[in-house]
Ligand binder design. Structure first.
Ligand code: PLP
Length: 392
């Protein structure tokens, strides 16, 4: 954090502009696709990102959200997109050329996985090495003379694996490559990847930043020089921009992010501790638990809050796992994460979402996004569902 104010204060006031026309204390929503262009003969820069021409170039609601994100993270600049995947391609397309090599976390979001396994190598001849980035030496060994990007997801989705960002940043920079980090699982509050050496920090704002499960969104944070390139190429020319209304919704969600993260983290730690001692459970991965494989990195690189994402594996048959899901009252079986309410996803034995972790399929693997409910109520819900399914 470069800002001296508390994150709570910055989340409320950062980026906010005053409405000079009517004095409204909330940011108006600028539902406009285009703007009046000066008629004084000034040349128009159709692809420009610094003047009001068209909503794909820029929009005040996007700008307020970008400023708020910069204020909260200390980032120099920010670009916002319609969703997290648009933000990710907004990094990969401008910074990778045919013949370049990229190193990518094997545990990463399914669209990122598919892009690097298939589309980018097959259609654009980009060389890709997919490996476990929690293993720093494996990253070092994979560097080639043409390595231009190292893309790390940390904490990894859904394993919560924590990569050593400062060490990987040093490897990337020595090789003349950029380090991009998808830190969606930590939100921009539990970890500051830019302060740990990342060049670009990416979030699916659909998750913690918006937090209310009512809008998609994505952002990239970093130095102006890199972000300008992303805006010029990915926003103006590839599209994928965030609508003014959704930018407004996400900015509203962002105002309470530090408050929500504190509660998500507190409740998740209590739930993880409950799961760890439950006879129904085979293993739990939560960066805040001492038993987490990279707990020492979580202590160093997270801010004492470990977010709301837990992965765990339970005993029983597939039929019992389905019964467990069906018996949950408070917790909903749904794919997204980072919402105010608790959401859980089941990766059954046939799921192809975790190709590198076959050992976890032995029984029942779940990704749990712990919401803002009280820990006692969540724990009671899990306990009664384990019992209803006959797992304990
Ligand atoms: C959800 C998610 C994405 C994709 O974001 P969308 O907003 O759904 O496009 C990318 N990375 C991670 C880690 C995610 O959880």
């Amino acid at each position: 954090m470069t800002n001296e104010r508390s994150v709570y204060t910055t989340a409320v006031h950062g980026g906010t502009r005053k409405d000079d026309v009517f004095g409204a204390i909330n940011e108006p929503i600028y539902m406009t696709s285009n703007y009046r262009i000066p008629t004084d003969g000034t040349p128009v820069d159709w692809s420009g990102i610094h003047s009001n021409i068209y909503c794909r170039n820029r929009n005040p609601n996007q700008m307020v959200l970008q400023d708020k994100l910069c204020a909260l993270t200390g980032a120099e600049d920010c670009a916002v997109f319609a969703c997290g995947v648009a933000a990710l391609t907004g990094v990969f397309i401008p910074f990778l050329n045919s013949g370049d090599h990229a190193i990518v976390s094997e545990v990463c979001y399914s669209a990122t996985n598919l892009l690097f396994r298939e589309y980018l190598p097959q259609k654009y001849h980009i060389e890709v090495t997919i490996l476990d980035t929690t293993d720093t030496e494996a990253v070092r060994a994979a560097v080639r003379p043409n390595t231009k990007l190292i893309h790390v997801e940390t904490p990894g989705n859904p394993t919560t694996g924590i990569s050593d960002l400062p060490a990987i940043a040093a490897i990337a920079h020595e090789a003349g490559a950029l380090l991009s980090v998808d830190a969606t699982f930590a939100g921009p509050i539990c970890m500051y990847p830019l302060n740990l050496g990342a060049d670009l920090e990416i979030h699916s704002m659909t998750k913690y930043i918006n937090g209310h499960g009512d809008s998609l969104g994505g952002c990239v944070l970093g130095k102006t020089e890199l972000i300008d390139k992303i805006k010029e190429i990915a926003m103006v020319n590839f599209g994928g921009i965030l609508s003014p209304f959704n930018a407004w919704l996400v900015a509203r969600g962002l105002s309470t992010l530090p408050l929500r993260m504190a509660q998500h983290s507190k409740v998740a730690l209590a739930v993880a501790e409950f799961l760890e001692q439950s006879p129904a459970v085979r293993f739990v991965w939560y960066p805040g638990l001492q038993s987490h494989p990279q707990h020492d990195r979580a202590l160093k690189y997270m801010n004492g809050q470990y977010s709301g994402m837990i992965s765990f594996d339970i005993k029983g048959s597939e039929e019992q796992h389905q019964k467990f899901l069906d018996a949950l009252h408070l917790v909903t079986h749904a794919v997204s994460l980072g919402d105010i309410e608790s959401l859980i996803v089941y990766y059954d034995k046939h799921s192809d979402k975790l190709p590198h972790y076959p050992e976890i399929y032995r029984e029942g693997f779940f990704r749990f996004s712990v919401g803002l409910e009280d820990e006692k109520d969540i724990i009671a819900d899990l306990q009664q569902a384990f019992e209803a399914a006959g797992i304990i």
